[in-house]
Design a protein around this ligand. Structure first.
Ligand code: C2O
Ligand code: CU
Ligand code: CU
Length: 413
C-alpha cells in the first residue's frame, strides 16, 4: 500500500468545496484490507508542511512501527510502516499521531479504515462483501464557504455530522441483513446510536474483533476511537421504509440524525448471526494493578495522574509479557460541565473487567482498545503486554484532550 499525506479539496457539503488534509489528498484515506498473518507494508510519504506520523489504531505492532510522535515523518520525507497482522480479525483504523497537531490533522481528514480479515471467521455466515459496510462517523464545524473551522475544545461548535465523508447520507439497502462497522472518528463527538424504528441492533463486534456472542441492544454508545460492529436486518421493513440511525446524545435537533437507510426490494439472504461468534481466551491472573486518574490539573488542563504529557518521560514501565489490571477513574466531575474521557492504550487489546464494580454489558465483553469512562466512574481493564518492547502511548481519544496533555507513555522492558 502507498499513502501520501497531502492537501486536497473534497465535496463534503453540497455545492461547496472543502480544503482538507488527507491521505492521497482525499477527505477519508483509502481503506486498507489486510488478512491475518499476512504482513502489510505501507509506504508513506509526508506531503504536508508539518510533521506527521501514521498510527494503526488497535494494531499490535512493534514500537518503531506504531507512529509514535518521536518517530514523526518530516515534511517531504518517506518511510515504510510494517504491520504483522498477527492479531484476530478486527475493524482497525489509521490516523495521524504527530505531536500536538494530530488533533487538527485528524480533524482535517488524516484518517482511514484498516480492515483486518481473519480466515477462520470466513466460515461464519455473517453478511459479507457488499453487505459488509464500514461507516466512519465524525463531526465538524463549517463556515459558510465550506471551510472546516478548527478550534480547541469546540465540542458544541462541531455541529455537522459527517458519515463516510458526507453530511447525514442516505444509503439504499436491499431488504436483507447487513453488517456495519461503525467507527467514531471524531475528536470530540459523542454518539449513542439507535434506530428510528425502535428495533434493536445485533451487536457482533467491538474494537478488537468479534464478540464471544451477539448482543442485542436498542442502542449503543460510540465515543471517539471506538468501533462497534452490528447487524441490521432490513427484511422486516416494507419497500420504501426509511430507517434513520439516530444520535441519542445529540445536543441540537440538526445533529439528531446520523444517517438513513432507504429499504428497497427483498433480496435473497443466506446470512445469519450465529449464537456463538468468537470465544475469547480465559482471563489469566494479573501480575499487578495500577491506578490512573483522568482529570484536570491545577490549571484545568486535561491530564493523567496529575501530569501533562512529556515525550521525554516514561510514566509506566511494564516487564515484557506481564498481565496488568488498570483501574481508570475519571474525576472530571466539576468543570462547567463534567467531561467523559475515553482511554485508549496502544499495543494491546484489553478486556473490560468492570464498570463501577459491576460486570460490563455484553457489548463490552469482547476485546477493546478504547474505553469510555464517564465522570465519576471507575473502569477496570486487563491486558497482557507481550511480543514487543519499547515505548507506546496511552491517552484520552478525545484528541483535543490528548493534545492538551491527557496522554502518557508506557515502556515495555
Ligand atoms: Cu487512535 Cu494514539 O490513537
Ligand atoms: Cu492507537
Ligand atoms: Cu478526554
Amino acid at each position: 500500500y502507498e499513502l501520501v499525506a497531502k492537501p486536497g479539496t473534497a465535496a463534503v457539503l453540497p455545492g461547496l468545496s472543502t480544503p482538507v488534509l488527507g491521505y492521497q489528498g482525499s477527505f477519508i484515506g483509502p481503506t486498507i484490507k489486510a488478512t491475518r498473518r499476512r504482513r502489510v507494508a505501507v509506504t508513506y510519504r509526508n506531503g504536508l508542511t508539518e510533521e506527521t506520523a501514521v498510527h494503526l489504531h488497535g494494531g499490535h505492532v512493534a514500537a518503531d512501527q506504531d507512529g509514535h510522535p518521536m518517530d514523526a515523518v518530516q515534511p517531504g520525507e518517506k518511510r515504510i510502516y510494517l504491520y504483522p497482522n498477527e492479531q484476530r480479525g478486527a475493524t482497525l483504523w489509521y490516523h495521524d499521531h504527530a505531536h500536538h497537531i494530530d488533533a487538527e490533522h485528524v480533524y482535517r481528514g488524516l484518517a482511514g479504515f484498516y480492515l483486518l480479515e481473519d480466515p477462520v471467521e470466513r466460515m461464519l455466515p455473517l453478511p459479507k462483501g457488499k453487505y459488509d459496510i464500514p461507516v466512519m462517523i465524525r463531526n465538524a464545524r463549517f463556515d459558510t464557504d465550506g471551510k472546516m473551522i478548527f478550534e480547541w475544545r469546540d465540542f458544541f461548535g462541531r455541529d455537522t455530522i459527517i458519515v463516510n465523508g458526507k453530511p447525514q447520507p442516505h444509503l439504499r439497502v436491499e431488504a436483507r441483513k447487513y453488517r456495519f462497522r461503525f467507527l467514531n472518528a471524531a475528536n470530540l463527538g459523542v454518539f449513542k446510536l439507535s434506530l428510528s424504528t425502535g428495533d434493536s441492533f445485533v451487536q457482533i463486534g467491538s474494537d478488537g474483533g468479534l464478540l464471544p456472542r451477539p448482543y442485542v441492544t436498542p442502542a449503543f454508545q460510540l465515543l471517539p476511537g471506538e468501533r462497534v460492529e452490528a447487524v441490521i436486518d432490513f427484511s422486516k421493513y416494507p419497500r420504501g421504509t426509511r430507517v434513520i440511525v439516530k444520535n441519542e446524545y445529540a445536543f441540537t435537533p440538526e445533529t439528531a440524525d446520523i444517517m438513513a437507510f432507504d429499504v428497497g426490494d427483498p433480496a435473497p439472504d443466506r446470512s445469519a448471526v450465529p449464537d456463538v461468534l468468537r470465544p475469547l481466551p480465559a482471563l489469566g491472573p494479573a501480575d499487578r494493578t495500577r491506578q490512573f486518574v483522568l482529570g484536570p490539573d491545577a490549571e484545568g488542563m486535561p491530564v493523567i495522574n496529575g501530569k501533562s504529557f512529556d515525550m521525554d518521560r516514561v510514566d509506566t514501565t511494564i516487564p515484557l509479557g506481564s498481565t496488568e489490571i488498570w483501574e481508570i477513574t475519571n474525576n472530571d466531575v466539576a468543570q462547567p460541565i463534567p467531561i467523559p474521557h475515553n482511554m485508549h492504550v496502544h499495543l494491546v487489546q484489553f478486556r473490560v473487567l468492570s464498570r463501577n464494580g459491576a460486570p460490563p454489558d455484553g457489548g463490552e465483553a469482547g476485546l477493546k482498545d478504547t474505553v469510555t469512562v464517564f465522570p465519576g466512574e471507575t473502569v477496570r481493564i486487563q491486558a497482557t503486554f507481550a511480543d514487543y518492547r519499547g515505548r507506546y502511548l496511552y491517552h484520552c481519544h478525545f484528541l483535543d484532550h490528548a493534545a492538551e496533555g491527557m496522554m502518557a507513555q508506557l515502556e515495555v522492558v
